[in-house]
Write a protein that binds this ligand. Sequence first.
Ligand SMILES: Cc1cc2nc3c(=O)[nH]c(=O)nc-3n(C[C@H](O)[C@H](O)[C@H](O)COP(=O)(O)O)c2cc1C
Length: 678
Amino acid sequence: MTGPAMLARAAALRKSKLEAASRSSGETLFLYGSQTGNAMEVAKSLNAEAATHGIASRVLALDEKPLHKIPGTTKAAVFVVSSTGDGDPPENCERFHNALKRRTHAADLLAGVQFTVLGLGDSNYTTYMGVPRVFTSRLPELGAKRFYKNCEADEVDGLEDVIDKWKEGLWDALKAAVSEGANPPSVAPLPNGTANPPPASKESKLVGVPPLQKSRIKLIWQGAETIRTHGKLSSATNGTVTSLENGNPTIEYSAAHPFSAEVTAAEYMTASWSDRRVIHLEVDIARTGASYKPGDSLGVLPENRPELVDGLLERLGADGGRVFSVAAVDDVGTGQGDGSADVAGGARLLGHVGWPCTLREALLRHCDVTAVARKGLLRVLAEYCADSAERTELLMLSSRGGRDAYKVQIQEVRPSLLEILKRFPSCKPDLAHLLDSLPPLVARMYSVTCNANDAPGRVQVAFSVVKEQTGDGRVFHGVCTSWLERRLGLDPKTQRQFVANPSARVSVPVFLKSGGDFRLPEGLTAPLLMIGPGTGVAPFRGFLQQRRERLQAGGEAGPAWLFFGCRKEDEDFLYEKDLRKFETDGTLTKLVTAFSRAGDAKVYVQHKLSEHAEKLASLIQHGKAHVFICGDGVNMARDVHAALVKVLVDGAQMAEGDATALLNNMVKEKRYVRDIWS
Ligand SMILES: Cc1cc2nc3c(=O)[nH]c(=O)nc-3n(C[C@H](O)[C@H](O)[C@H](O)COP(=O)(O)O)c2cc1C
C-alpha cells in the first residue's frame, strides 16, 4: 500500500472509530460563549429545559472544554455564542474560537459530533454575527454534522421571540440526534415548569416558571497551603490571592492572564462643576515588551466594592478567607479538587474563577455581583427560600408571567445580589450553586488614546465614570470605572488629581487587545473622516498623533476631518488643547464641534455632518475617504449612519438606495469602520 493510501486508510479507520465511540457514548452539551451574559443565560436555561424533555446534558462555557476534548466525548453540542467588540469572541470562548479557526486540524477532527448553532448578535454592528458564523462554517469543515437548523437572533428584533420559535423544533431533533446508536443517555422527563416538588397553591398559579438550573459543581475546601503549591501569592491578612504577572516580555497577556501595570498619570478632563466625569489614565507597560497601535484597546479587570463583598460574605454566613477548589457534582474518578485535574469529561468548571482561591477573592475579582440579576439566578435563589411567600415571589420574578414585574423590580431598579438577599431574608443559598449561577466579572475595554511613540512604554486611555439613575431613584455606579476612580484616589468634588508616589505605587490588572480593522490607513493620501462624540474621540487622538508622525516624515496628504461632540465647550471638551493643536499644525484639516447643551436646540455630530454635506459627499464618493465612527451608543451609530446616507443624497444627489449601497460596500472594503459600545 502506498504512503498516501495508508494515511487515507488510517484516517478512515480513525473517523469510523470516533463515530462509533460517540454514537455509543458521549454526552450532550450546551456550550456558550458570552460576554454580557445573554448567551450564558440562554444556554443554561436550555440545559435545564433539556431535562424536562428527558435529555441528560451538561452546560459549559466554551473555554471550560477545549476543542480537542470535544471529539470522542461529545455526541451532540448546542453552541450558543455571541460577539463582542467588532466581531470578536467573548472572553470565555476566546481560546475555543481561536482553536476552531486554526487551519491545521485534521478534516475529521469533529467526526461523529452533531451540532447546531444559536448565534446572538446585533445588526447595528459592522461584523454582524462575526463569531457565530465562524462556528457555523468551521464545525462542518471539521467533520461535525448539523442535526438542527442554525439560528441567528438579532437584538434589533428582540432575542426572546426568535429563540422561542427556534426552540420549538430543537427538542425532537436533539432527541433524535442523541438516540442515534446504542444507549442514548437520558433522564426521566420532568414536568414542564418547575423541576421541583409539587408547588404550593399560590405557586401553581404562576405561568412559565423556568426549570431550575442545577449546580454543576461542588466546592472542596482546602488549606492555604494549596495556594502556595500553585505558585500564587496569598495574603493571610485579607484573604486575597493574586496571580498577576509583573512584567515578562515572553508572556502574551490576556484577560485570563493580565499584567499588573503601574499608574503613571490620571486626571479629570471634565469641569469640576459638571456631573459628568471623564478621566484620562496612563499606565506603564514598558516591562511587558508589548506593543500597540492606535485603534487597539486596553482591557482592565475590575474589582467589586470590598464593602459589598464583605456584606455578602456576612449575609451568606461564609468565611471569605477559606480556600476552595471545584469538582463536578457528577464527577466520579477525576477532579481531585486540587487544581491539577480536569473535571467533568475534560472540562474545567468555573474556569473564570481561577481556583484554587479564597471565597473572598472569587467574589471580589471573578464574579459579577452587581449585574442585573438574570431570571435563572432568581430561580436558583427561590430554591433556597425557607419562607414560601419569598419563594413564590422569586419564582414569579423568574417566570414568563412575571415579565413586567421583572422589568420594573430587577432591570430598572438593578438591585445587587446583596440587596436581593436582604429583600428575601429566608434565602440561604448553597455557596457552590450560587457561585455557579453568578456571571463572570469580565474585563472592560477602553480605546487606546495615544500613539506608541508619543507615549513610550506607556498606554493612555480615557473613560467616563459610569453612573445611571435606577428606577427607584438611586444611582448605579459602573463597576470598573468607579473602582478605577477610587483606586486612583481621585476626588470629583475637590478635583484632586492623581500624584504618582514611588512609595505607594498604584497598579491595575490590564492587557492589550488588537483593534482589528479600526486602524489609520497606510499612507497619507486617503481622506479621513472621523466621527467621535464624547469618549469616542479617544482613538482619534491616537490616529492624529500617528498621522502627525507620518506627516513629519514627509509626503502628500489627503484631508482629515474630525467631528467631535460634547455638552458644552467649557464642560467636557475632551483633549481640547490637543485637538486644536492638530488643527493649527495641519495634522487635522478641519475640527467640527457639536455642543449639545450650548443653545436652546440640541446639536449633535449627525447634525453637523449635514451642514457639510457637499464637501463630505465628494470626499466619500470621489476621494475614497475612510470613515471611522467611535462612541457610546448604538443609537449614535445608527443616527450617524442615517446622516451619512443623507449627506450622499443631498451632497452628491444620489438616490437613497445607492447611497446605502455605497456605504455597505465601504463596510466590505473596510473603508467604513465602527467601534461602538453600549
Ligand atoms: C460592546 C459590544 C460589541 C458588540 N459587537 C457585536 C458585533 O460585532 N457583532 C454582533 O453581531 N453583535 C455585537 N454585539 C451584540 C451582542 O452580540 C449581543 O448583544 C448579544 O446578545 C450579547 O450576548 P452576550 O451577553 O452573551 O455576550 C455587541 C454588543 C456589545 C455590547
